[in-house]
Design a protein around this ligand. Structure first.
Ligand SMILES: *Cc1c(COP(=O)(O)O)cnc(C)c1O
Length: 367
């Protein structure tokens, strides 16, 4: 056999990240923003698994200048990808490195607790200069941020800090009619009113931007929508898919007599089926909960997963596929036929978890 054009030498799975679609999604959000308000980008968790370096560069090219990550190490990675004007905020606070390292790198921590505010005040005093930060007030999510009574108790000390924004985070913005959205907005405005000094404010995530101008304040922080996840669960997706994930068929087999497929002899075949084994498994983020629920697209046809999801492969029923199939052909796992949210629904989870689980094994291509 010839070794040129040898399909055996080609990658078994390819994850394409469409940076042009990420850019369009960013511009979409920017266009929604009320006049004078800025749009940041949340690129935590390696840009939701898609690659923080490439994604951040693409967003910088669209004039994004505010980047949110979760940790110090993520900030280092993003900073190395970007020109010096980029501002990098760290959601999980001034932890994971010394305050000096934060200052040296010009990283801006979000201060979530009284302890962190005290720590940043001490550091500012030591340096003889107000140190930049964001202050996070909790308005009902009860995850991170100062409780309302703590805001009242510590607001005097904010003047010793270089507070770039005072922020909060919405718990239910993906459900536009949820009463919690208005409750959180009211509390955010009330607390903002109690703060002396002309602070700037940041409130909305992706879904919050779609709730309208009341939620925009001075800086929005979209994440999921940039990556094609629908921010709003009851509405059609206004954002574009940014991922195509395809994996090759490793083997094709006809099963003509009663048999079982996969681990645990879990799936029983009674009538004849044609099956294809596809090169992606739970080690690639094709979650094991997709057993009995997942499907891929081959030749434009929906092919259900049969048998349990294995570490490195799945078996799918390709009986319905009309075109002639060969080993080495592609199965679409995420793409135009099957958006991230569709896979998430089948897996009983959310698009965020599908993207951040994608793993390191795919050949990654940025377009
Ligand atoms: C993750 C996160 C965001 C982005 O939320 P999306 O729903 O992905 O748009 C914004 N703000 C905070 C505080 C976050 O933790």
């Amino acid at each position: 056999m010839s070794t040129t054009n040898n399909r055996y030498a080609e990658p078994l799975s390819v994850l394409e990240v469409h940076l042009d679609a990420v850019a369009r999604n960013y511009l979409f959000f920017q266009k929604q923003m009320k006049k004078g308000a800025d749009c940041a980008a949340v690129v935590k968790a390696d840009a939701y698994g898609l690659g923080a370096v490439s994604v951040s560069r693409a967003l910088f090219e669209q004039n994004c200048r505010h980047f949110f990550v979760a940790t110090f190490d993520e900030a280092v990675q993003v900073q190395q990808a970007l020109p010096a004007e980029a501002l990098i905020y760290i959601l999980n606070g001034p932890s994971g490195a010394s305050a000096e390292d934060f200052a040296e790198n010009r990283f801006i921590p979000v201060l979530n607790t009284l302890g962190e505010i005290g720590y940043w005040n001490d550091f500012s005093r030591r340096r003889g200069k107000k140190q930049p930060c964001l202050i996070h007030m909790d308005t009902g999510m009860n995850r991170l941020g100062l409780a309302p009574e703590d805001v009242a108790r510590t607001k005097e000390s904010f003047s010793a800090l270089d507070v770039r924004y005072v922020m909060s985070h919405l718990a239910c913005a993906d459900e536009p009619n949820h009463p919690k959205n208005q409750e959180q907005l009211r509390l955010f405005k009330k607390l903002s009113g109690e703060l002396a000094g002309a602070f700037r404010y940041s409130f909305a995530n992706s879904a919050g931007i779609l709730l309208g101008a009341d939620f925009h304040f001075d800086l929005a922080r979209p994440g999921c929508g940039l990556y094609g996840i629908n921010p709003s669960i009851h509405q059609p997706n206004l954002l574009q898919g940014v991922v195509t994930l395809k994996a090759r068929i490793l083997q094709i087999r006809m099963i003509d007599s009663p048999a079982t497929v996969g681990y645990g002899a879990h799936y029983r075949v009674s009538s004849p089926v044609k099956c294809a084994t596809v090169s992606a498994g739970y080690a690639d983020g094709y979650l094991r909960s997709l057993t009995d629920h997942g499907s891929v697209f081959i030749g434009g046809e929906k092919c259900p997963v049969i048998g349990r999801v294995s570490m490195d492969s799945i078996v799918v029923d390709v009986t319905a596929v009309k075109q002639t199939l060969a080993e080495g052909d592609w199965a679409e796992i995420i793409g135009p036929h099957r958006l991230v949210d569709g896979v998430a629904k089948e897996a009983g989870t959310i698009g965020y978890e599908i993207l951040t689980s994608l793993g390191r094994r795919y050949k990654r291509v940025y377009t």
